[in-house]
Design a protein. Structure first.
Lengths: 432, 432
């Protein structure tokens, strides 16, 4: 009784991640998120992830209550005492551990590559080649724990090591191709739009009418917020004709561009600092920064992009007023008259660093990041941002919510977005 | 029927994380790992984590099959259509959504803090104050979604927003104190030592002998590695006499200080940048930075500490060589002769920024963050770090592994650690 083949039905999967270290938060499980992405791109829907400890009864219970077509297990395959996944699998499938010649060859080849002689391979390492008799062995080129593939009652069970790159190798080389061959899952078509400048609530209000029509089109919308940003994912299942599904998603995305042209800054995994960098490169122009309240974070974002040295000249973090005066040429009476957190100071900072570092563009930030230093007129989170460029200087004030860290992050994103609007004219249609 | 109080039995908890974006891997669930750590420190054992989609039937099934004493839920509390946790909770507990005056006051106060008038708060935001009638509301100071506490059949269910810092605030302010009051879990005594300068494997080798004796003492050691750092948590269960357990842990920690005095920089949640800041404040001295390859990240770390303006004057991000020359006074022939990534340039950068910004101390970084720009003699990850101070300048070279992001993080930590060693003489005994 193998699994149903190519029935056109939705194919589902669940992850079972095994390890005490995951439950107590000693190690962060990144495997299930990665598997979720890969499954989705293969048209398989992830429906559940369970994280359990190295406990036989709990693992057996999880296996018995699995409902998805595919169960992907990670972890518990090491040579130490607390790794019990293999013995538990033998109990569940009513089989026993036997020496697997192919697995043994893999282990020995791994060690000889590391410069050890075959006869020097330790018994603990060779024990890694003992596998359940009823499984199909999936080779692991990067470690001693092989992958294992089981089929029973129309369901596939796969057990893989918990080390992320070993699991990824087995998934890509063996598991995903086998799953596609076996289940012929439908294709999922999706596009993700990156937005900034409006919170999730207001954005949902603005998109309500459009969103209401999506179900009729068989299209799903997801809001994915993070501080200062909201990602919008538009997706659908493709039928026999993927071109039709792509066209259907593209049509809705084009409508979305028309509704919120000024909020969309990119697609896919693109980041704001990447979009700005790309545009500066295209224009052959350069950027400098003068940061007070963002304290270097803006510069960190810009330089996190590989190749940013092509357009980023550098910056000044003017935390003390003396630095604002000496490095950015701000007069002491301007600071006294307006205070450091003010429009004139932000504008002079931007102009000052643009002149000193001879850049085409400059951004400046000055504000109250908190938690202390706020007043009734100028609460914590008040930030002045200025952008200086070939056509002069513009500035605006924001009041950003949250902890010190969030005020810094949100004002940095707002600052990048101000520069983006100066650099890239808003279009009301999707980029082709 | 409230939960069992102070029975001395082990108290267990499970996490139920809700959100399609988690399953498909668009967002990484970090909440359950954090909650697992916090539960462990409160003497509560995490036994299961489930990640499910925004699907009423699946959430209900997860609630019905919960077996632990405590069920901690995160996610699905946003104002958009795909957030269905509250309605599902109403169905599970046989209750209905009603306006919660306390929650409404929280929402309005949040918006007035941002400068909006009370009557301008939108219906979608006020809808966030509709809560299940039978729950106890747990205030959220950082967002519009309140926490909710339910008790039934001896089990506690808590629902919190999925935004990590909002969840953390509710856990620390409300959930953990309430759980401790209700269940009286056994007391765990622990101390966490922060180390830097040696990787986990080498550290474990160096501590092997000491570690082998811990079990006899009823003490557990956990290694908690993150890029550039390893936390060591020394913990034990306290019996009737907590003083005895504290003394037992303190004794082992004192031995640990003796074994790796130069690697330990702090305790608890202390960060390297905090330790340095505290020391600079105590000495009444100041710091300036000249960053090339760390690109502002070092400055961001320093300014992430509240009150850092007391000792941090500012910095220069000298990405382009022109900035190194003009702002830091580095001669062009020095750059040509040695290259920008070299000991003399790093030292001159540190001295240059110390002089320009008139600080007591200065750190400089220059290196190849990658992914491009490496050569056979100078591979990606090569970084020169210099520290200038009242007694002159010291410098050292590191070769840091990993992606661009990791090279930046690891070199920033190494740079902070160099300054720490200059500021704080190594002691072979624990701070009292």
């Amino acid at each position: 009784m193998g699994p149903a083949r190519g029935t056109g039905k939705e194919v589902t999967a669940e992850c079972l991640c095994i390890g005490d270290e995951l439950l107590i938060g000693q190690t962060l499980d990144t495997n299930s998120a990665w598997m979720g992405q890969e499954l989705g791109l293969s048209g398989i829907r992830p429906v559940l992830t369970r994280i359990v400890g190295d406990d036989k009864e709990v693992i057996l219970e999880a296996l018995r209550t699995a409902r998805a077509d595919i169960v992907l297990m990670t972890g518990g395959l090491g040579p130490t005492k607390d790794d019990i996944t293999k013995r538990t699998l033998c109990e569940f499938f009513g089989t026993r551990l036997v020496r697997n010649a192919e697995a043994e060859a893999c282990v020995i080849s791994l060690f000889t590559k590391m410069g050890r002689k075959a006869h020097e391979v330790k018994p603990a390492d060779l024990a890694q080649a003992m596998l359940p008799e009823s499984c199909t062995m999936l080779p692991n080129k990067l470690g001693t724990a092989s992958g294992m593939w089981f089929e029973r009652d129309g369901r596939v069970y796969v057990s893989m090591p918990g080390v992320p790159y070993e699991m990824m190798g087995i998934m890509q080389n063996s598991v995903l191709p086998r799953l596609r061959d076996l289940f012929h899952p439908p294709t999922i078509v999706h596009r993700t739009l990156q937005t900034t400048g409006m919170g999730e609530t207001l954005l949902a209000e603005r998109l309500e009418e459009w969103e209401n029509n999506l179900a009729m089109e068989g299209i799903h919308l997801a809001y994915l917020p993070s501080p200062g940003l909201v990602k919008l994912r538009v997706s659908t299942y493709a039928g026999a004709d993927p071109t039709e599904a792509v066209a259907r998603v593209d049509r809705q995305v084009a409508l979305l561009y028309g509704l919120i042209p000024e909020l969309i800054y990119g697609e896919g995994r693109q980041q704001l600092e990447e979009v700005i960098g790309g545009q500066l490169k295209e224009l052959g122009q350069t950027l400098a920064l003068a940061e007070s309240c963002t304290g270097g974070y803006l510069s960190h974002l810009i330089t996190s992009i590989p190749g940013s040295s092509a357009y980023y000249i550098g910056g000044v973090v003017s935390y003390a007023n003396a630095v604002k005066m000496e490095e950015l040429g701000i007069a002491s009476d301007m600071l006294e008259l307006n205070g450091a957190v003010s429009r004139p100071v932000a504008e002079r900072m931007a102009e000052g660093v643009r002149k000193a570092l001879k850049s085409d563009w400059a951004i400046a930030t000055t504000g109250v990041a908190g938690p202390d230093g706020g007043t009734a007129e100028m609460p914590v989170g008040t930030v002045w941002i200025a952008v200086a460029g070939p056509n002069g200087v513009t500035s605006s004030k924001g009041v950003f919510m949250g902890t010190r860290d969030l005020v810094i992050r949100r004002s940095a994103i707002a600052a990048l977005n101000m520069l983006r609007k100066e650099l890239i004219p808003v279009r009301a249609t999707a980029a082709e």
